[in-house]
Ligand binder design. Structure first.
Ligand SMILES: [Zn+2]
Length: 270
């Protein structure tokens, strides 16, 4: 799948809280704010990777073998790419439950929180160390919405100082879109994520699963963007969270060796 993306530079108008800060700010050039949009697309592998438990034991055994071999492949692949920014001083984020599909309306927040925690702590099945030296904190629900336009080519709106996860039907075929604003010095100002309601979503994979996507896996990927990770090729590095496509009815909730390398490079391990 082709990645749609863009980077647009806009000028940050800094509001000033005190006289001392105002004097200091006036003597330096206006800070430039950069914005980047990342989207993750449905993968073209349609077969369910995890067989339903109700099938024969032979299939169940094969399912477990597939799962552990996927984990081994995930731990062998050290590829990663960095986006050019990092979260400095911790990330506070908010969640807008409005518009969440009824199938996940009660469970999605927990999945979004778990995803943020997995990325920040480096949760993995490869015995790699963690957590990373970066903090993230869920600040509560909000009525604000993520600044992502719903046009067929998704675009980032205006930065408002809040990092928000919200639901919207996008014209884009992306599963989710992340807009991240950062300064020239590489620090994230805020990061907004929209989950696209044109798709069906699960938080616990249904036994008969078709064309339905895992909120937690997609959100772990989107939080990766927020923390400064870029895509790797799904053809060559499909076991990694940061592969740019995710198949239906599959889950990649823990970091691969490459994902972990990227986060360790940016933040180090506590
Ligand atoms: Zn992405």
């Amino acid at each position: 799948m082709v990645l749609a993306g863009c980077a647009v530079a806009v000028t940050l108008v800094a509001s000033v809280a005190s006289t001392v800060d105002e004097l200091r700010l006036q003597s330096s050039p206006a800070e430039e704010l950069l914005v980047d949009m990342d989207a993750v697309y449905p993968g073209d592998r349609t077969a369910s990777q995890v067989e339903p438990d109700t099938r024969t034991s032979a299939k169940a055994k094969r399912s477990r073998a597939l799962t552990s071999s996927a984990a081994r492949a995930q731990c062998r692949d050290s590829a990663y790419a960095l986006a050019g920014w990092r979260v400095k001083g911790g990330l506070n984020w908010y969640y807008n439950p409005s518009g969440a599909p009824s199938a996940v309306s009660r469970s999605a927040l927990a999945a979004v929180r778990s995803a943020a925690q997995s990325m920040a702590t480096g949760q993995n099945e490869c015995r790699l160390p963690g957590p990373f030296k970066v903090a993230q904190k869920y600040g509560g629900t909000t009525k604000r919405t993520a600044a992502v336009s719903s046009a067929s080519t998704a675009a980032c709106g205006r930065e408002d100082g809040y990092s928000v996860v919200s639901w919207k039907r996008l014209g884009s075929t992306a599963l989710a879109v992340t807009c991240t604003w950062w300064t020239r010095s590489g620090g994230v100002v805020s990061s907004d994520i929209v989950i696209n309601t044109r798709y069906r979503w699960f938080t616990t994979q249904p036994s008969r699963c078709a064309s339905t996507y895992d909120v937690r896996s997609v959100m772990t990927h989107e939080w990766g963007h927020t923390f400064g990770l870029n895509h790797v090729s799904p053809a060559r590095h499909g076991t990694q969270v940061m592969a740019s496509t995710i198949p239906a009815c599959s889950s990649t909730r823990t970091l691969g060796a490459g994902d972990h390398n990227a986060m360790r490079k940016l933040y180090g391990v506590r």
